[in-house]
Design a protein around this ligand. Structure first.
Ligand SMILES: Cc1cc2nc3c(=O)[nH]c(=O)nc-3n(C[C@H](O)[C@H](O)[C@H](O)COP(=O)(O)OP(=O)(O)OC[C@H]3O[C@@H](n4cnc5c(N)ncnc54)[C@H](O)[C@@H]3O)c2cc1C
Length: 432
């Protein structure tokens, strides 16, 4: 979405743009796939009312009016029992914390959501900040299990800005404190959004080439030579929108200091199972899990949000597991993931039978989430590199917010403005 939006913005300014995508289909993390008879997002996606930049892009594509908004439900699984978490009353009934702890927790969330700029929080660890605001017991019983389930052993490296950005994004989805959440989606999911975006780009003269993994980008004469899919071609400018470790692998001529800054970024990977069921699970879009023995981070019941007529009347559930890059789960086959995940899901939903699961498929991506570590933005490399004409722009540069398509679009808009203004790109030049 970052590369495609950037291509769109550059083409709107009169540039001739080529997009080279390694995968056979466009869309990266937002791409769709086939699960049983259903085509839907490989990873779950919702749009928030507050996603202004994404909504503006969808408006340009003629899709904003199609967004369907719905109130979703949230559950909370403690390891022993499942609890609804949809309003203040549910919150005060949660068994894991005492009454005073709950008051402090609610105050932490309200306080966090009101901080406009989280950069000052980069100087403090998430643990120190949350313990100070919510108390030691709440950190131990609630925040730590939630952080560990999302970040694994990397949770100790997360700055307070990381958890602040998560609180802020999800608090924005709620209409007034701990009330109801409004989530939106375009019928057809990102498959539809990407099809319209690709069609619009082609109409604007952008060349889109999928199945074209870039293996090197090197300065040559006044331009940059890009090797991809067994051929080389030269462009005036290149913007690499891959994750930092991929960018440094293919970009030649970067200084050691630049490489170090990119390679120092700590990434989380993800392994995510999609399930098609012939029955609902808990009818909650999101189930938080604080039981550290459950091998996935949360349960996302997408079909509690989307119209099930769009997915053949089935129920669609995602089981994501965020993992550090050395986690063996990233290399495990679908059968091994199923063997680890299903018994745990049946522990959470004891009446779930294997024959009710009509499809089970796993997707994995190594470099998904650049973790906001201590003093993150001070150490972040700039978009422009020392190689003339070469920029590296990726989601690691989303600071002061959590990873979302809205932020990817905002970053693409910013990068386009930098490329067009700062470096005076003449019209008719050719960028990739
Ligand atoms: C589990 C999950 C849930 C999410 N939920 C939401 C949500 O509810 N709402 C929301 O707004 N956002 C959500 N997001 C975030 C959203 O998906 C991202 O913000 C967005 O898709 C990132 O886009 P990107 O272009 O920066 O990165 P990517 O999608 O990772 O794109 C990078 C692209 O580079 C390609 N590439 C890699 N190497 C090469 C190479 N050598 N040559 C050519 N191409 C290469 C990759 O194939 C990929 O297509 C979610 C993400 C995940 C993982």
């Amino acid at each position: 979405m970052l590369g495609l939006t950037l291509a769109y913005r550059l083409s709107q300014a009169g540039q001739k743009v080529t997009v080279l995508e390694a995968a056979p289909v466009l869309g990266g993390l937002a791409s769709a796939w086939q699960l049983g008879e259903v085509v839907w997002d490989r990873y779950y996606h919702v749009t928030l009312l507050s996603d202004a930049k994404l909504r503006a892009l969808l408006r340009e594509l003629g899709l904003e009016d199609e967004i369907r908004w719905a109130v979703t439900r949230t559950n909370f699984f403690t390891g022993r029992s499942m609890h609804p978490l949809n309003n203040a009353l549910d919150f005060f009934r949660l068994p894991v914390l005492g009454p005073l702890d709950k008051v402090r927790l609610a105050a932490t969330i309200v306080y966090g959501s009101r901080i406009e700029d989280g950069r000052a929080l980069e100087a403090m660890s998430a643990e120190a900040w949350l313990t100070r605001l919510s108390g030691r017991a709440t950190y131990r019983n609630l925040w730590r299990p939630l952080l560990r389930s999302k970040l694994g052993s990397n949770h100790e490296k997360a700055s307070a800005a990381y958890i602040w950005s998560v609180i802020r994004r999800f608090y924005a989805a709620r209409r007034g404190g701990l009330k109801t959440e409004m989530f939106g989606y375009v019928p057809g999911g990102y498959h539809r959004i990407l099809s319209v975006l690709a069609e619009t780009l082609r109409g604007a003269g952008v060349t889109l080439e999928a199945g074209m993994p870039v293996t090197s980008i090197a300065a040559s004469g006044t331009g940059l030579t890009v090797a991809a899919g067994g051929k080389t071609r030269t462009f005036d400018r290149v913007v690499n929108t891959c994750a930092a470790p991929i960018a440094t692998r293919v970009c030649e001529g970067l200084s050691d200091a630049e490489r170090e800054r990119h390679d120092a970024i700590v990434y989380q990977g993800i392994v995510c199972a999609s399930l098609l069921l012939d029955r609902p699970l808990g009818n909650a879009y999101l189930t938080y899990i604080t039981d550290e023995t459950i091998p996935f981070t949360s349960v996302i019941e997408m079909s509690s949000l989307i119209d099930r007529a769009l997915i053949g009347g089935m129920h669609l559930v995602y089981l994501p597991k965020y993992v550090p890059l050395d986690d063996p789960l990233l290399d495990a086959g679908d059968d091994a993931v199923e063997a680890a995940f299903l018994p745990a899901l049946q522990r959470m939903f004891p009446d779930l039978r294997r024959d009710q699961i009509k499809a089970f498929k796993v997707t994995r991506t190594r470099h998904v989430l650049a973790l906001s570590t201590l003093n993150y933005s001070d150490r972040l490399p700039p978009m422009a590199t020392s190689v003339p004409g070469l920029s590296i722009v990726n989601s690691a540069q989303i600071v002061n917010a959590s990873l979302s398509v809205n932020e990817s679009v905002a970053l693409a808009n910013e990068a386009a403005a930098m490329l067009l203004a700062g470096e005076g790109m003449a019209a008719d030049r050719h960028a990739a």
